[in-house]
Design a binder for this molecule. Structure first.
Ligand code: THU
Length: 126
């Protein structure tokens, strides 16, 4: 999984964050072994900003992927940066037990998505 963190670090370098100056990199590993990376993309209309995690998920899903094994999130913040609530819900849609790796320059922490999102919104009937 060190390779996945490396991809998240590389993605962070591409962050478009002129408003917050908070650079985030994410790398998502599919069950088939591919990696899709994403970074946060901000906008002058702040609410249109998209997090790094969702960029990675949307890239992967657009490429036909539906099952994910792990997500690494890297920032240089002193405290580890967990995915925001919206990103947790988007990840949950696809792989409920995925491994989430939070990393910064000091270290890393691994946990399951189900720990981060204990009561997700789900629709079982349509
Ligand atoms: N951000 C992410 O990309 N992922 C997170 O998990 C938290 C927040 C971004 C959004 C925005 O560009 C910046 O960090 C500050 O909130």
């Amino acid at each position: 999984m060190e390779e996945l963190i490396k991809k998240a670090i590389e993605a962070r370098d591409e962050s478009y964050s002129p408003y917050s100056h908070f650079k985030v990199g994410a790398a998502l590993k599919t069950r088939s072994g591919k990696v899709y990376a994403g970074t946060n993309v901000e906008n002058a209309s702040y609410g249109l900003t998209v997090c790094a995690e969702r960029v990675a998920v949307y890239k992967a899903v657009s490429a036909g992927e539906r099952e994910f094994e792990a997500l690494a999130v890297f920032t240089e913040a002193d405290e580890l940066t967990p995915p925001c609530g919206a990103c947790r819900q988007v990840l949950w849609e696809f792989s409920k037990d995925m491994l989430i790796i939070l990393a910064n320059t000091k270290g890393e922490k691994r946990l399951r998505l189900s720990e981060l999102l204990p009561m997700p919104f789900e629709r079982k009937e349509f």
